[in-house]
Design a protein around this ligand. Structure first.
Ligand SMILES: NC(=O)c1ccc[n+]([C@@H]2O[C@H](COP(=O)([O-])OP(=O)(O)OC[C@H]3O[C@@H](n4cnc5c(N)ncnc54)[C@H](OP(=O)(O)O)[C@@H]3O)[C@@H](O)[C@H]2O)c1
Length: 251
C-alpha cells in the first residue's frame, strides 16, 4: 500500500472501469478523491458507491473542464494527483473513417487529455503527479484502431514533452500503456455480444499470461506512480499488458 495521506487526487472518467478501480485504490491509500465523468447519473452513483466526490465534466467541452477546475479549487484547494483517464474506444477500418469519428475520438482521447492538464496546471501543487492513461495500441498496428492508436501515440509524445517542461516545478508526468483490460469500454462500441466474445477470446490468446488485465492491476500502478515512492520517475511509459507487447507473435 502506498501512502497518499493528505493528497488530493482527480480521476477523469472515474465512474467506470480503470478510473473507478483507481479512485477506489487512491482513496484506500489515503487520498481525498474526486471523480469526473460525462453522465450525471453514472458519476453520482459511482461517487456514492466509492464515498468520494463526483463532478460532471465532459472533457470534449473545454468550458466544462474550466468549471471542473473551479469547483475542485473551491472545495479542495490544490491538487496533487491528476489521473487523465477518460477515454473511448471507437474502432473503424481505414477507408471508413469519417471526420466526425476522427474529431470525436481525438477530441476525447487526445484534445480532452491535453486540455485537462492545461487547465489543471494552475491548481497543481509543485511536486504533483500527472498520470496519462494511454494504451499498448500506441505501438501496434491492430486492425480498426488507426485513430484510437494515433490518439494514444499522441498522448505518449505529449507526456514526454510535458515531463520536460514541468520538471522545474517537480511535477512528474508519466504514461501507462495497458493491454486488454476487462472494462465496459468494449461493450460501449456497440459491437454485438457474439462479436465481442470472439474479439475478447482472440485478444486473450495473444496475451502470454493468457488473461485480460483487471482494472485493479492498473490501479496499483497508478497508485505507485502517484506516490512519493515514484519521486524519481518522470517522462516514463509503463506497459501493463500480460506481456502482449513483447511477445505478440506467439499464442
Ligand atoms: N479497457 C482496456 O482494454 C484499455 C486498454 C488500454 C487503454 N485503455 C484506456 O483506459 C481508459 C479508461 O478506459 P476503461 O477501459 O476503464 O473504459 P470505461 O470503463 O468505458 O471507462 C472510461 C471512462 O471515461 C469516461 N468518459 C468517456 N468519454 C468521456 C468524456 N467525453 N468526458 C468525460 N468522461 C468520459 C467514461 O464515461 P461513460 O461511463 O459515460 O462512458 C468512463 O467513466 C481509456 O482512456 C482507455 O482508452 C483501456
Amino acid at each position: 500500500m502506498t501512502n497518499l495521506n493528505g493528497k488530493v487526487a482527480v480521476v477523469t472518467g472515474g465512474n467506470s472501469g480503470i478510473g473507478y478501480a483507481s479512485a477506489q485504490k487512491l482513496k484506500a491509500d489515503g487520498a481525498t478523491v474526486i471523480i469526473t465523468g460525462r453522465s450525471a447519473e453514472k458519476v453520482q452513483t459511482a461517487a456514492n458507491d466509492l464515498g468520494v466526490t463526483g463532478i460532471v465534466a465532459d472533457v470534449k467541452d473545454l468550458s466544462a473542464i474550466d468549471g471542473l477546475v473551479e469547483q475542485v479549487k473551491d472545495q479542495f484547494g490544490k491538487v496533487d494527483i491528476l489521473f487523465v483517464n477518460a477515454g473511448i474506444f471507437a474502432p473503424a477500418p481505414v477507408g471508413q473513417i469519417t471526420e466526425e469519428m476522427f474529431d470525436h475520438q481525438m477530441g476525447i482521447n487526445f484534445k480532452g487529455a491535453v486540455f485537462t492538464v492545461e487547465k489543471f496546471l494552475p491548481v497543481l501543487n509543485d511536486g504533483a503527479s500527472i498520470i496519462n492513461l494511454s494504451s499498448v495500441n500506441a505501438y501496434t498496428g491492430m486492425p480498426n484502431t488507426a485513430v484510437y492508436a494515433a490518439s494514444k501515440a499522441a498522448m505518449n509524445s505529449y507526456t514526454r514533452t510535458a515531463a520536460t517542461e514541468l520538471a522545474p516545478r517537480k511535477i512528474r508526468v508519466n504514461a501507462i500503456n495497458p493491454g486488454p483490460v476487462s472494462t465496459p469500454i468494449f461493450a460501449k462500441t456497440g459491437m454485438p455480444e457474439e462479436q465481442l466474445t470472439g474479439f475478447a477470446e482472440a485478444l486473450q490468446n495473444r496475451v502470454p499470461l493468457k488473461r485480460f488485465g483487471q482494472p485493479e492491476d492498473v490501479a496499483n500502478l497508478v497508485a505507485f506512480l502517484a506516490s512519493d515512492a515514484a519521486s524519481y520517475i518522470t517522462g516514463g511509459e509503463y506497459n501493463i499488458d500480460g506481456g502482449i507487447n513483447v511477445n505478440p507473435l506467439l499464442s
